[in-house]
Design a protein around this ligand. Sequence first.
Ligand code: G4P
Length: 193
Amino acid sequence: MNFLEERIVKDGIVKKGNVLKVDSFLNHQMDIALMEEIGKEFKRRFGDREVTKVLTIEASGIGIAAFVAKEFGVPMVFAKKSKSINIDGDMFVAEVESFTHKNKNQVIVSKRFLSEGEHVLIIDDFLANGCALQGLISIVESANAVVEGCGIVIEKGFQFGGRVIRNLGYRVESLAIIDAMDSETGIITFREQ
Ligand code: G4P
């Protein structure tokens, strides 16, 4: 098991409905030493790529992406969720449907912060059905920038997002891929990587 899988086993809580709670160290309270380690691990995995910007989506992606951006020495930009339909031409926009929350958000990034020809590493905390990731990819591509890869902290391998995005040809690196989890026993099965 890698450092993240060990932490998930120690402090993650499996809830009914295939939900993993990691709010004691990842997406509510954050363990900063762990964030640093995550930043370094993504630098190690994507070190062969030219990266000029790290892109994530609010809210939980921000803290993680900040540590990744620090390792690469580049700025981090986060897409904002907006219900507003009054979005002007200064924004890249994508529609993101949350399968879990059954709602739709428009996510926006200012054109000032994403330029043609940039090399973008996309970072997020969870990959489930991949809606958020697909939205971020579409924003990068509407800027005529290049998606260098997608770094995910926890992928729920039993949902379809990872498969769909890899099949589209994008490089997805997930620090932990969960193939199964059982809320009765608390047992989490990780994919061998
Ligand atoms: P998708 O983007 O991969 O399609 O994910 P989905 O719509 O299924 O998930 C909606 C939200 O729930 C996302 O956060 C996602 O990160 C989160 N999520 C999905 N599965 C789990 C899980 O097992 N545990 C936890 N803790 N979160 C999960 P969000 O609400 O869009 O963003 P945020 O504001 O919380 O960052």
